[in-house]
Design a protein around this ligand. Sequence first.
Ligand code: GLU
Length: 474
Amino acid sequence: MKVKTRFAPSPTGNLHIGSIRTALYSWLFARRYNGIFVLRIEDTDIYRSKSLSVDSIFKGLRWLGLNWDEGPYFQTQRLERYKEVIEIMLKEGKAYKCFCSEKEIEESRLKQIYKGEKPRYNRTCRNLSIKRNIDNKKYVIRFKNPTSGIVTFKDKIRGDITFNNSELDDLIIQRSNGIPTYNFCVVIDDLDMDITHVIRGEDHINNTPRQINILKSLKAKIPIYSHVSMILNENGKKFSKRDNAQNIIDYYKNGFLPEALINYIVRLGWSYGNQEIFNLLELKRLFNLDSISRSSSTFNIKKLLWLNKYYINNLSLNYVTNILKGYMEHDNINIKNGPNLECLLKLYKSRHNTLKEIANSCKCFYEEFQYLNKNYIKKYLILKNFSILKSFYNKIKNLSSWKIEILLKIIKNQSIESNALLKEINMLLRFILTGSICSPNISSIIFFLGKEKTLLRLKKAIFFINKINKEKIN
Ligand code: GLU
Protein backbone atom coordinates (compact mmCIF):
# COMPACT_ATOMS: atom_id res chain seq x y z
CA MET A 1 0.00 0.00 0.00
CA LYS A 2 1.46 3.34 -1.06
CA VAL A 3 1.27 5.91 1.73
CA LYS A 4 -0.75 8.94 0.68
CA THR A 5 -1.31 11.93 2.92
CA ARG A 6 -2.89 15.27 2.32
CA PHE A 7 -2.92 18.80 3.61
CA ALA A 8 -6.42 20.18 3.28
CA PRO A 9 -6.60 23.79 4.46
CA SER A 10 -9.69 25.94 4.20
CA PRO A 11 -8.59 29.23 2.64
CA THR A 12 -10.49 31.41 5.07
CA GLY A 13 -7.60 33.18 6.78
CA ASN A 14 -3.89 33.14 7.27
CA LEU A 15 -1.76 30.03 7.10
CA HIS A 16 -0.51 29.89 10.68
CA ILE A 17 1.82 27.74 12.75
CA GLY A 18 -0.88 25.19 13.67
CA SER A 19 -1.85 24.51 10.05
CA ILE A 20 1.76 24.37 8.98
CA ARG A 21 2.46 21.77 11.62
CA THR A 22 -0.30 19.58 10.17
CA ALA A 23 1.14 20.12 6.70
CA LEU A 24 4.66 19.35 7.88
CA TYR A 25 3.68 16.14 9.67
CA SER A 26 1.68 14.96 6.65
CA TRP A 27 4.51 15.86 4.30
CA LEU A 28 7.19 14.20 6.43
CA PHE A 29 5.15 11.06 6.84
CA ALA A 30 4.70 10.79 3.07
CA ARG A 31 8.40 11.47 2.50
CA ARG A 32 9.48 8.94 5.12
CA TYR A 33 7.60 6.16 3.34
CA ASN A 34 8.23 7.34 -0.22
CA GLY A 35 4.58 8.14 -0.42
CA ILE A 36 2.56 10.90 -2.01
CA PHE A 37 1.64 14.23 -0.48
CA VAL A 38 -1.51 15.88 -1.79
CA LEU A 39 -2.54 19.52 -1.48
CA ARG A 40 -6.28 20.09 -1.41
CA ILE A 41 -7.92 23.45 -0.95
CA GLU A 42 -11.21 23.07 0.92
CA ASP A 43 -13.02 26.09 -0.41
CA THR A 44 -16.67 25.07 -0.33
CA ASP A 45 -17.42 27.78 2.22
CA ILE A 46 -17.80 30.21 -0.65
CA TYR A 47 -18.57 33.20 1.60
CA ARG A 48 -15.43 32.85 3.70
CA SER A 49 -12.93 31.48 1.18
CA LYS A 50 -10.53 34.06 -0.24
CA SER A 51 -8.07 33.86 -3.10
CA LEU A 52 -5.63 35.85 -0.98
CA SER A 53 -5.64 33.01 1.53
CA VAL A 54 -5.05 30.49 -1.26
CA ASP A 55 -2.01 32.52 -2.32
CA SER A 56 -0.73 32.62 1.23
CA ILE A 57 -1.04 28.81 1.44
CA PHE A 58 1.03 28.35 -1.72
CA LYS A 59 3.60 30.93 -0.67
CA GLY A 60 3.98 29.53 2.84
CA LEU A 61 4.36 25.92 1.70
CA ARG A 62 6.81 26.86 -1.02
CA TRP A 63 8.90 28.96 1.32
CA LEU A 64 9.24 26.04 3.72
CA GLY A 65 9.94 23.62 0.89
CA LEU A 66 6.87 21.48 1.55
CA ASN A 67 6.31 20.55 -2.06
CA TRP A 68 3.20 18.66 -3.02
CA ASP A 69 3.12 15.73 -5.45
CA GLU A 70 -0.54 16.02 -6.38
CA GLY A 71 -2.90 18.94 -6.57
CA PRO A 72 -3.67 21.57 -5.70
CA TYR A 73 -7.19 20.24 -5.91
CA PHE A 74 -9.97 22.71 -5.27
CA GLN A 75 -13.20 21.36 -3.83
CA THR A 76 -15.22 23.96 -5.73
CA GLN A 77 -13.95 22.30 -8.92
CA ARG A 78 -15.27 18.93 -7.81
CA LEU A 79 -18.89 19.87 -7.18
CA GLU A 80 -20.16 17.65 -10.00
CA ARG A 81 -18.48 14.65 -8.42
CA TYR A 82 -20.07 15.37 -5.02
CA LYS A 83 -23.48 15.74 -6.67
CA GLU A 84 -23.05 12.42 -8.40
CA VAL A 85 -22.35 10.63 -5.10
CA ILE A 86 -25.20 12.40 -3.33
CA GLU A 87 -27.61 11.30 -6.09
CA ILE A 88 -26.52 7.69 -5.62
CA MET A 89 -26.85 7.95 -1.86
CA LEU A 90 -30.36 9.39 -2.22
CA LYS A 91 -31.31 6.60 -4.57
CA GLU A 92 -29.89 3.94 -2.29
CA GLY A 93 -31.63 5.42 0.75
CA LYS A 94 -28.36 6.39 2.44
CA ALA A 95 -29.28 10.06 2.46
CA TYR A 96 -32.53 11.98 2.43
CA LYS A 97 -33.95 15.39 1.70
CA CYS A 98 -34.92 17.37 4.76
CA PHE A 99 -37.57 20.03 4.27
CA CYS A 100 -37.69 21.26 7.85
CA SER A 101 -37.48 25.01 8.05
CA GLU A 102 -34.94 26.75 10.28
CA LYS A 103 -37.84 27.78 12.49
CA GLU A 104 -39.02 24.19 12.94
CA ILE A 105 -35.50 23.03 13.72
CA GLU A 106 -35.01 25.79 16.26
CA GLU A 107 -38.33 24.96 17.97
CA SER A 108 -37.44 21.29 18.24
CA ARG A 109 -33.99 22.20 19.51
CA LEU A 110 -35.45 24.36 22.27
CA LYS A 111 -37.85 21.57 23.24
CA GLN A 112 -34.95 19.12 23.53
CA ILE A 113 -32.96 21.53 25.65
CA TYR A 114 -36.03 22.06 27.84
CA LYS A 115 -36.32 18.32 28.36
CA GLY A 116 -32.61 18.14 29.20
CA GLU A 117 -31.80 16.19 26.03
CA LYS A 118 -28.80 16.76 23.80
CA PRO A 119 -30.10 18.97 20.97
CA ARG A 120 -29.99 17.32 17.56
CA TYR A 121 -32.11 17.03 14.46
CA ASN A 122 -35.24 15.05 15.35
CA ARG A 123 -35.23 13.13 12.04
CA THR A 124 -38.73 14.25 11.01
CA CYS A 125 -37.87 13.86 7.33
CA ARG A 126 -35.81 10.69 7.59
CA ASN A 127 -38.67 8.43 6.64
CA LEU A 128 -40.78 10.74 4.50
CA SER A 129 -42.46 9.11 1.57
CA ILE A 130 -40.92 9.94 -1.81
CA LYS A 131 -44.18 11.66 -2.85
CA ARG A 132 -43.92 14.35 -0.19
CA ASN A 133 -40.40 15.01 -1.35
CA ILE A 134 -41.57 16.36 -4.66
CA ASP A 135 -43.10 19.64 -3.53
CA ASN A 136 -41.13 22.80 -4.24
CA LYS A 137 -39.96 23.50 -0.74
CA LYS A 138 -36.32 24.33 -0.05
CA TYR A 139 -34.40 21.39 1.34
CA VAL A 140 -31.06 20.25 2.63
CA ILE A 141 -29.73 16.71 2.20
CA ARG A 142 -28.89 14.71 5.29
CA PHE A 143 -26.90 11.56 5.77
CA LYS A 144 -28.80 8.67 7.36
CA ASN A 145 -26.50 8.07 10.28
CA PRO A 146 -26.96 4.66 11.96
CA THR A 147 -29.16 5.14 15.01
CA SER A 148 -27.56 2.47 17.14
CA GLY A 149 -24.21 0.78 17.64
CA ILE A 150 -20.81 2.38 17.93
CA VAL A 151 -18.09 3.86 15.73
CA THR A 152 -14.54 3.10 16.80
CA PHE A 153 -11.27 4.10 15.28
CA LYS A 154 -7.69 3.67 16.31
CA ASP A 155 -6.10 7.07 16.40
CA LYS A 156 -2.35 6.75 15.79
CA ILE A 157 -1.65 9.32 18.48
CA ARG A 158 -4.46 8.75 20.96
CA GLY A 159 -5.32 5.07 20.66
CA ASP A 160 -8.91 3.80 20.46
CA ILE A 161 -11.64 6.42 20.27
CA THR A 162 -15.28 5.33 20.40
CA PHE A 163 -18.53 7.18 19.80
CA ASN A 164 -22.11 5.95 20.20
CA ASN A 165 -24.09 6.38 17.05
CA SER A 166 -27.01 7.49 19.17
CA GLU A 167 -25.01 10.64 19.93
CA LEU A 168 -24.51 11.56 16.29
CA ASP A 169 -26.84 13.65 14.21
CA ASP A 170 -28.12 13.02 10.72
CA LEU A 171 -25.47 15.26 9.27
CA ILE A 172 -26.32 17.80 6.56
CA ILE A 173 -24.25 16.81 3.53
CA GLN A 174 -25.70 19.35 1.10
CA ARG A 175 -26.86 22.83 2.03
CA SER A 176 -30.06 24.37 0.66
CA ASN A 177 -27.96 26.34 -1.86
CA GLY A 178 -26.86 23.03 -3.40
CA ILE A 179 -23.28 23.23 -2.07
CA PRO A 180 -22.12 20.11 -0.24
CA THR A 181 -20.73 20.50 3.27
CA TYR A 182 -17.21 20.10 4.62
CA ASN A 183 -17.71 16.69 6.25
CA PHE A 184 -19.08 15.22 3.06
CA CYS A 185 -16.51 16.67 0.64
CA VAL A 186 -13.64 15.54 2.86
CA VAL A 187 -14.92 11.99 2.78
CA ILE A 188 -15.37 11.86 -0.98
CA ASP A 189 -11.99 13.48 -1.56
CA ASP A 190 -10.13 11.21 0.83
CA LEU A 191 -11.82 8.29 -0.89
CA ASP A 192 -11.24 9.42 -4.49
CA MET A 193 -7.68 10.49 -3.77
CA ASP A 194 -6.83 7.18 -2.04
CA ILE A 195 -5.68 8.92 1.12
CA THR A 196 -4.24 6.33 3.50
CA HIS A 197 -3.37 8.57 6.47
CA VAL A 198 -5.28 11.59 7.68
CA ILE A 199 -3.20 13.81 9.96
CA ARG A 200 -5.03 16.85 11.30
CA GLY A 201 -5.82 18.93 14.37
CA GLU A 202 -7.65 17.51 17.37
CA ASP A 203 -10.51 19.92 16.69
CA HIS A 204 -11.56 17.41 14.02
CA ILE A 205 -11.92 14.42 16.37
CA ASN A 206 -15.68 14.90 16.58
CA ASN A 207 -15.96 14.92 12.79
CA THR A 208 -14.17 11.63 12.42
CA PRO A 209 -17.01 9.23 13.46
CA ARG A 210 -19.38 11.07 11.11
CA GLN A 211 -16.90 10.79 8.28
CA ILE A 212 -16.28 7.12 9.03
CA ASN A 213 -20.02 6.41 8.95
CA ILE A 214 -20.31 8.00 5.51
CA LEU A 215 -17.27 6.04 4.28
CA LYS A 216 -18.79 2.83 5.65
CA SER A 217 -22.08 3.51 3.92
CA LEU A 218 -20.07 3.79 0.67
CA LYS A 219 -18.26 0.56 1.52
CA ALA A 220 -14.99 2.46 1.32
CA LYS A 221 -11.71 1.77 3.05
CA ILE A 222 -11.23 3.85 6.20
CA PRO A 223 -7.97 5.83 6.37
CA ILE A 224 -5.78 5.82 9.47
CA TYR A 225 -6.43 8.92 11.54
CA SER A 226 -4.00 10.92 13.67
CA HIS A 227 -5.27 13.92 15.58
CA VAL A 228 -2.56 16.28 16.68
CA SER A 229 -2.96 18.19 19.95
CA MET A 230 -3.38 21.91 20.30
CA ILE A 231 -0.67 24.52 20.48
CA LEU A 232 -0.93 26.78 23.51
CA ASN A 233 0.66 30.10 24.32
CA GLU A 234 2.92 30.53 27.32
CA ASN A 235 -0.09 31.32 29.52
CA GLY A 236 -1.67 27.98 28.69
CA LYS A 237 -4.32 29.55 26.46
CA LYS A 238 -5.09 28.69 22.86
CA PHE A 239 -2.34 30.06 20.63
CA SER A 240 -3.77 33.06 18.82
CA LYS A 241 -2.79 35.88 16.51
CA ARG A 242 -1.61 37.93 19.46
CA ASP A 243 0.91 35.19 20.29
CA ASN A 244 2.85 35.28 17.03
CA ALA A 245 0.26 33.05 15.35
CA GLN A 246 0.51 35.28 12.36
CA ASN A 247 0.71 34.27 8.74
CA ILE A 248 3.62 31.91 8.18
CA ILE A 249 5.08 34.21 5.55
CA ASP A 250 5.42 36.92 8.23
CA TYR A 251 8.14 34.77 9.74
CA TYR A 252 10.01 35.17 6.48
CA LYS A 253 9.43 38.93 6.58
CA ASN A 254 10.74 39.01 10.13
CA GLY A 255 14.00 37.34 9.20
CA PHE A 256 13.49 33.67 10.04
CA LEU A 257 15.05 30.87 8.05
CA PRO A 258 12.80 28.06 6.79
CA GLU A 259 15.17 25.52 8.36
CA ALA A 260 14.63 27.08 11.79
CA LEU A 261 10.89 27.14 11.42
CA ILE A 262 10.70 23.55 10.20
CA ASN A 263 12.89 22.41 13.08
CA TYR A 264 10.87 24.41 15.57
CA ILE A 265 7.46 23.32 14.30
CA VAL A 266 8.32 19.64 14.08
CA ARG A 267 9.30 19.70 17.74
CA LEU A 268 5.94 21.22 18.73
CA GLY A 269 4.55 17.82 19.56
CA TRP A 270 7.03 15.36 18.07
CA SER A 271 10.25 14.20 19.68
CA TYR A 272 13.16 11.90 19.12
CA GLY A 273 14.88 11.39 22.46
CA ASN A 274 16.27 14.70 23.65
CA GLN A 275 17.49 15.78 20.27
CA GLU A 276 16.65 19.41 19.48
CA ILE A 277 18.34 20.06 16.14
CA PHE A 278 17.07 18.22 13.09
CA ASN A 279 17.83 18.80 9.47
CA LEU A 280 15.35 17.85 6.82
CA LEU A 281 17.21 14.74 5.68
CA GLU A 282 17.21 13.43 9.22
CA LEU A 283 13.55 14.25 9.69
CA LYS A 284 12.60 12.40 6.53
CA ARG A 285 14.37 9.38 7.97
CA LEU A 286 13.18 9.62 11.58
CA PHE A 287 9.71 11.10 11.59
CA ASN A 288 6.93 8.82 12.75
CA LEU A 289 3.42 9.23 14.03
CA ASP A 290 3.90 7.12 17.15
CA SER A 291 6.22 9.66 18.74
CA ILE A 292 3.77 12.53 18.50
CA SER A 293 2.71 13.64 21.95
CA ARG A 294 -0.89 13.47 23.10
CA SER A 295 -0.53 16.51 25.26
CA SER A 296 -0.64 20.03 23.98
CA SER A 297 2.55 21.89 23.20
CA THR A 298 3.54 25.40 24.10
CA PHE A 299 4.74 27.97 21.63
CA ASN A 300 7.93 29.60 22.82
CA ILE A 301 9.28 32.44 20.70
CA LYS A 302 12.62 32.45 22.56
CA LYS A 303 13.28 28.91 21.47
CA LEU A 304 12.39 29.74 17.89
CA LEU A 305 14.79 32.71 18.00
CA TRP A 306 17.48 30.50 19.44
CA LEU A 307 17.01 27.98 16.64
CA ASN A 308 17.04 30.72 14.05
CA LYS A 309 20.33 32.02 15.38
CA TYR A 310 21.65 28.48 15.37
CA TYR A 311 20.80 28.05 11.68
CA ILE A 312 22.11 31.49 10.73
CA ASN A 313 25.42 30.44 12.27
CA ASN A 314 25.52 26.87 11.03
CA LEU A 315 24.13 26.81 7.51
CA SER A 316 26.52 27.55 4.68
CA LEU A 317 27.63 31.16 4.56
CA ASN A 318 26.87 31.34 0.88
CA TYR A 319 23.29 30.11 1.36
CA VAL A 320 22.53 32.49 4.21
CA THR A 321 24.16 35.41 2.35
CA ASN A 322 21.86 34.84 -0.60
CA ILE A 323 18.83 35.01 1.64
CA LEU A 324 20.22 38.06 3.43
CA LYS A 325 20.60 39.71 0.01
CA GLY A 326 16.84 39.41 -0.41
CA TYR A 327 16.23 41.48 2.74
CA MET A 328 18.68 44.14 1.55
CA GLU A 329 17.03 44.28 -1.86
CA HIS A 330 13.61 44.51 -0.24
CA ASP A 331 14.80 47.65 1.55
CA ASN A 332 16.28 49.01 -1.70
CA ILE A 333 19.84 48.75 -0.42
CA ASN A 334 22.33 48.52 -3.24
CA ILE A 335 24.90 46.04 -2.02
CA LYS A 336 27.23 46.90 -4.89
CA ASN A 337 27.74 50.14 -3.03
CA GLY A 338 29.83 48.66 -0.27
CA PRO A 339 31.65 45.64 1.13
CA ASN A 340 31.09 42.00 0.30
CA LEU A 341 27.88 40.99 2.07
CA GLU A 342 29.25 37.59 3.01
CA CYS A 343 32.06 39.25 4.99
CA LEU A 344 29.52 41.35 6.86
CA LEU A 345 27.41 38.29 7.59
CA LYS A 346 30.48 36.65 9.12
CA LEU A 347 30.97 39.71 11.27
CA TYR A 348 27.37 39.99 12.44
CA LYS A 349 25.95 36.48 12.47
CA SER A 350 26.73 35.67 16.06
CA ARG A 351 25.20 38.93 17.27
CA HIS A 352 21.63 38.66 16.04
CA ASN A 353 18.72 36.26 16.12
CA THR A 354 17.18 37.12 12.78
CA LEU A 355 18.30 38.03 9.28
CA LYS A 356 16.18 41.14 9.43
CA GLU A 357 18.23 42.37 12.38
CA ILE A 358 21.43 41.55 10.51
CA ALA A 359 20.17 43.36 7.42
CA ASN A 360 19.37 46.42 9.54
CA SER A 361 22.84 46.41 11.03
CA CYS A 362 24.47 46.03 7.62
CA LYS A 363 22.61 48.89 5.94
CA CYS A 364 25.01 51.53 7.20
CA PHE A 365 27.80 50.01 5.09
CA TYR A 366 25.89 50.79 1.92
CA GLU A 367 23.99 53.99 2.51
CA GLU A 368 24.26 57.14 4.57
CA PHE A 369 22.12 57.63 7.65
CA GLN A 370 20.85 60.47 9.78
CA TYR A 371 21.70 60.85 13.44
CA LEU A 372 18.40 59.92 14.99
CA ASN A 373 18.86 59.38 18.69
CA LYS A 374 18.81 62.71 20.52
CA ASN A 375 20.44 61.28 23.63
CA TYR A 376 23.38 59.95 21.67
CA ILE A 377 23.70 63.19 19.73
CA LYS A 378 23.95 65.02 23.05
CA LYS A 379 26.39 62.48 24.37
CA TYR A 380 28.79 62.12 21.44
CA LEU A 381 28.49 65.08 19.10
CA ILE A 382 29.96 67.54 21.56
CA LEU A 383 32.79 70.03 21.44
CA LYS A 384 35.02 67.82 23.55
CA ASN A 385 35.06 65.27 20.73
CA PHE A 386 35.71 67.77 17.95
CA SER A 387 39.50 67.64 18.17
CA ILE A 388 39.52 63.87 18.69
CA LEU A 389 37.58 63.37 15.49
CA LYS A 390 39.72 65.84 13.57
CA SER A 391 42.89 64.15 14.66
CA PHE A 392 41.45 60.73 13.87
CA TYR A 393 40.32 62.00 10.48
CA ASN A 394 43.91 62.97 9.63
CA LYS A 395 45.26 59.65 10.80
CA ILE A 396 42.85 57.77 8.55
CA LYS A 397 43.49 60.13 5.66
CA ASN A 398 47.22 59.54 5.83
CA LEU A 399 46.97 55.77 5.96
CA SER A 400 48.48 54.07 2.97
CA SER A 401 47.70 50.51 3.99
CA TRP A 402 44.19 49.35 4.89
CA LYS A 403 44.50 46.56 7.45
CA ILE A 404 42.50 45.74 10.57
CA GLU A 405 45.65 45.53 12.74
CA ILE A 406 46.75 48.99 11.63
CA LEU A 407 43.30 50.43 12.24
CA LEU A 408 43.29 48.89 15.68
CA LYS A 409 46.63 50.49 16.40
CA ILE A 410 45.58 53.97 15.36
CA ILE A 411 42.41 53.75 17.44
CA LYS A 412 44.55 52.84 20.46
CA ASN A 413 46.97 55.67 19.69
CA GLN A 414 44.04 58.06 19.46
CA SER A 415 42.87 57.06 22.90
CA ILE A 416 46.34 57.62 24.39
CA GLU A 417 46.81 60.87 22.54
CA SER A 418 43.41 62.21 23.55
CA ASN A 419 43.76 60.94 27.07
CA ALA A 420 40.45 59.15 26.70
CA LEU A 421 39.49 55.60 27.52
CA LEU A 422 39.65 53.22 24.56
CA LYS A 423 36.07 52.33 25.32
CA GLU A 424 35.02 55.95 24.96
CA ILE A 425 36.81 56.33 21.63
CA ASN A 426 35.21 53.12 20.40
CA MET A 427 31.72 54.26 21.36
CA LEU A 428 32.21 57.65 19.76
CA LEU A 429 33.42 56.12 16.50
CA ARG A 430 30.73 53.48 16.59
CA PHE A 431 28.00 56.10 16.83
CA ILE A 432 29.30 58.37 14.13
CA LEU A 433 30.22 55.56 11.73
CA THR A 434 27.19 53.28 12.10
CA GLY A 435 24.54 55.45 13.72
CA SER A 436 24.20 52.92 16.51
CA ILE A 437 26.03 52.19 19.72
CA CYS A 438 26.08 48.41 19.25
CA SER A 439 28.36 46.89 16.68
CA PRO A 440 31.21 44.41 16.34
CA ASN A 441 34.72 45.72 17.02
CA ILE A 442 35.22 49.14 15.56
CA SER A 443 38.41 48.33 13.64
CA SER A 444 36.47 45.76 11.60
CA ILE A 445 33.69 48.28 11.03
CA ILE A 446 36.17 50.83 9.68
CA PHE A 447 37.91 48.16 7.65
CA PHE A 448 34.69 47.10 5.87
CA LEU A 449 33.33 50.60 5.59
CA GLY A 450 36.45 51.56 3.64
CA LYS A 451 38.54 54.68 3.69
CA GLU A 452 36.27 56.89 1.65
CA LYS A 453 33.08 56.29 3.66
CA THR A 454 34.94 56.47 6.96
CA LEU A 455 36.41 59.84 6.08
CA LEU A 456 33.07 61.08 4.87
CA ARG A 457 31.36 60.13 8.11
CA LEU A 458 34.10 61.60 10.26
CA LYS A 459 33.78 64.81 8.28
CA LYS A 460 30.03 64.78 8.68
CA ALA A 461 30.37 64.48 12.47
CA ILE A 462 33.00 67.23 12.60
CA PHE A 463 30.73 69.55 10.61
CA PHE A 464 27.80 68.67 12.79
CA ILE A 465 29.64 69.52 16.01
CA ASN A 466 30.96 72.70 14.46
CA LYS A 467 27.54 73.79 13.31
CA ILE A 468 25.81 73.07 16.60
CA ASN A 469 28.51 74.94 18.41
CA LYS A 470 28.26 77.98 16.17
CA GLU A 471 24.49 78.00 16.61
CA LYS A 472 25.04 77.97 20.35
CA ILE A 473 27.46 80.93 20.23
CA ASN A 474 25.18 82.97 17.99
N1 GLU B 1 -10.26 22.00 5.93
C1 GLU B 1 -10.06 21.60 7.28
C2 GLU B 1 -9.41 22.70 8.07
O1 GLU B 1 -8.82 23.60 7.50
C3 GLU B 1 -9.20 20.38 7.42
C4 GLU B 1 -9.92 19.14 7.15
C5 GLU B 1 -9.18 17.88 7.35
O2 GLU B 1 -7.95 17.90 7.49
O3 GLU B 1 -9.83 16.86 7.35
O4 GLU B 1 -9.48 22.68 9.28
